[in-house]
Design a binder for this molecule. Structure first.
Ligand SMILES: Cc1cc2nc3c(=O)[nH]c(=O)nc-3n(C[C@H](O)[C@H](O)[C@H](O)COP(=O)(O)O)c2cc1C
Length: 343
């Protein structure tokens, strides 16, 4: 069964094909890791998840989605993150950290004026603050903050980082014409809209160790007339792939849209990007069952499969499925007795 076959990209030697996608716990205080993060991530490592991508972690205070998000804008965050990384490593998982700037979807610091930044001064919707348009100085600061965050993630022992370029957060708002109405070299044509992402990736690649994998999460389509779409995303992937080792393909988030959601609804997006751009991809989105994961892998539709909410419900998904399918599998030593004879 391919689920239990290893996969390698750069330093990431994954023992199986199951990834935990980033999912915010919204339980941090002052951006710091606490025991709930520790228990949560270590449980998924014990359950056999090969790669855990820790939740969106803010590179700047105004890059937090909420006040309860993890942060990495200061060296004081390294120790807490390292404690989680070391524990998950001990239980056999490899660790990535998602680096994010929330842009116009930041709700941190309540009503603070002029706090949120975005390519254009357009609110995400009526519930959100209106951001201020980023200046050249803002862009320089954000680039530097992504680089500093990558250096700290390395110091914390992460095997990989994932740059968040999806779901309507800062980098994706540059890509979409719905949120980017700039008239300078960062707006207009696709080449211009992709410029900031490309600059960030190039800068981060320069400080992130060469042997370590760099992941990029993208929303392949906005599901909006006049928004970005799969055809454009294929072009973006081709533009940035020299800096990226693995693409994590999601969708939506720029603005409210009609989305036809059903099991595996985002798989065709990942599959198209894998085939047209010749890059390794993670498929994600309403995937739960072993048979479906196997179908995706066996048909070459994705290299890895991320299970989000399924892993919230069932942290031992990998071990349980190995046991049910009678696959040869190295169970966590402390739980070996739980995976013995079935009668
Ligand atoms: C509670 C929760 C928090 C999430 N937080 C993040 C996040 O921090 N970064 C991100 O890129 N996606 C985030 N997502 C999206 C998930 O990574 C994933 O793409 C989504 O849940 C679809 O996969 P699923 O159907 O397997 O759950 C979150 C989803 C949930 C349910």
């Amino acid at each position: 069964m391919r689920i239990f076959e290893p996969f390698k990209v750069k330093n990431l030697e994954l023992k199986n094909r199951i990834v935990m996608p980033p999912m915010c716990l919204f339980t941090a205080r002052d951006g710091l890791v606490n025991d709930r993060h520790f228990v949560h991530y270590t449980s998924r490592a014990l359950g056999g998840t090969a790669l855990i991508i820790m939740e969106a972690t803010a590179i700047m205070p105004n890059g937090r989605i909420t006040d309860d998000c993890l942060g990495i804008w200061d060296d004081s965050y390294i120790d807490g993150l390292k404690r989680v990384v070391d524990s998950c490593h001990d239980e056999g998982a490899l660790m990535a950290l998602q680096l994010n700037h929330a842009g116009r979807k930041s709700e941190a610091e309540g009503e603070k004026e002029n706090y949120t930044i975005s390519p254009s001064p357009l609110a995400s919707d009526a519930e959100y603050r209106t951001p201020r348009e980023m200046t050249a100085e803002d862009m320089r600061e954000v680039k530097q903050a992504f680089c500093d965050a990558a250096i700290r993630a390395d110091a914390a022992g992460f095997d990989a980082i994932e740059i968040h370029g999806a779901h309507g957060y800062l980098l994706s708002t540059f890509l979409s014409p719905v949120s980017n109405q700039r008239r300078d070299e960062y707006g207009g044509s696709l080449e211009n809209r992709a410029r900031f992402l490309l600059e960030v990736l190039e800068a981060v690649r320069g400080v992130w160790p060469e042997e370590k994998a760099l992941l990029l999460r993208l929303s392949a389509t906005d599901y909006l007339a006049g928004g970005t779409n799969l055809e454009e995303t294929v072009q973006v992937v081709n533009m940035v792939k020299k800096f990226v080792d693995l693409f994590h393909i999601s969708s939506g988030g720029i603005a409210e849209a009609e989305i036809d959601v059903y099991p595996g609804y985002q798989i065709p997006l990942a599959e198209t990007i894998r085939k047209e751009c010749d890059v390794p991809v993670i498929a994600v989105g309403l995937i739960r069952e072993r048979e479906m994961v196997e179908e995706i892998l066996a048909n070459g539709r994705a290299d890895l499969v991320a299970l989000g909410r399924e892993l919230l419900r069932n942290p031992y998904w990998v071990a349980n499925n190995a046991w049910e399918a009678d696959e040869p599998y190295e169970y966590a030593d402390i739980y070996k007795r739980g995976f013995g004879r079935k009668f």
